[in-house]
Design a binder for this molecule. Structure first.
Ligand SMILES: C[S@@+](CC[C@H](N)C(=O)[O-])C[C@H]1O[C@@H](n2cnc3c(N)ncnc32)[C@H](O)[C@@H]1O
Length: 253
């Protein structure tokens, strides 16, 4: 079976349920409300197929993406060329990375803060604090776990241009002291009549709110807020029964 992150076309279909222009509007609102600096250069961690890139380029931002997958980076490069824009794409690990020039805004989408342990989580923040201009924001979509780590299952189907992708997402607790879990994403595909299966297994560390705040503060970030379901009118107060796609916001001091 192939790996999901080596198959950007099917990945893009599988996760195309998002309203990307609206999400970029929310990011714009966050920047205009909370950034202490003018924003020109934006950085995405685990950029993959760079779903938000086109909308960000339309708004005149320069786009920088970091990812480990050469196939994803190639796909994003071709997308930028089709759009007639130059972008910066780096094959680097978000755990520890280095850019020649600073960025004014950084973000991680769809829970893509891939760390295996506490040292890697701290290292991620150390690298960002060297890269993000003071006063700039770090925006995270679904990266903080507001529910206790539990075995979870979810599935959905997307049909697009003769391709049907059935997505099965599941998590399985590995160690509750190390807060590690296994994440499995399986795609069962019908590509114009040709069946295919793609799987991605990752070992990850859950990130809970208080440790997120502690590590971020220690690395020079201030906490701005967190909101339910990308809704800036729904700040989380910890009593919500259902938390979906929460966004969290930090600002570099
Ligand atoms: C769920 S996808 C997110 C893609 C895209 N940002 C989006 O919003 O759909 C996660 C991406 O993170 C990348 N990735 C995983 N671990 C990484 C790491 N340690 N450093 C950089 N990229 C990583 C994968 O190759 C993949 O492209």
């Amino acid at each position: 079976m192939n790996s999901l992150y080596a198959n950007p076309v099917y990945y893009e279909i599988a996760f195309s349920y998002r309203d990307i222009p609206w999400e970029v509007e929310v990011m714009q609102k966050v920047i205009s409300t909370y950034s202490h600096i003018p924003v020109k250069r934006v950085l995405e961690f685990g950029c993959g197929n760079s779903p938000h890139m086109e909308e960000l380029l339309k708004l005149d931002y320069s786009y920088v993406g970091i990812d480990l997958s050469p196939e994803m980076l190639h796909y994003s490069q071709k997308k930028a060329e089709r759009l007639g824009h130059q972008v910066e794409l780096h094959r680097q690990n978000m755990v520890s990375f280095n850019l020649d020039e600073p960025v004014d805004f950084a973000y991680t989408m769809l829970g893509s803060l891939y760390v295996k342990n506490t040292e890697e989580l701290i290292s991620h923040f150390v690298s960002i604090s060297k890269t993000l201009t003071p006063g700039g924001l770090y925006f995270l979509d679904w990266c903080v776990d507001f529910g206790w780590l539990a075995d979870s299952k979810d599935s959905w189907t997307v049909r697009q241009d003769g391709i049907t992708v059935e997505v099965h997402h599941s998590t399985r607790l590995i160690n509750y002291i190390e807060q590690t879990f296994e994440e499995n994403i399986e795609l069962i595909i019908d590509d114009h009549g040709t069946p295919k299966r793609i799987k991605q297994t990752s070992i990850r560390r859950a990130i809970y709110p208080q440790e997120f705040l502690l590590i971020a503060r220690q690395q020079g970030f201030e906490f701005i807020g967190w909101w339910n379901d990308w809704d800036l009118n729904s700040p989380l107060d910890g009593t919500e029964e259902i938390v979906t796609r929460p966004i969290s916001l930090l600002r570099r001091r």
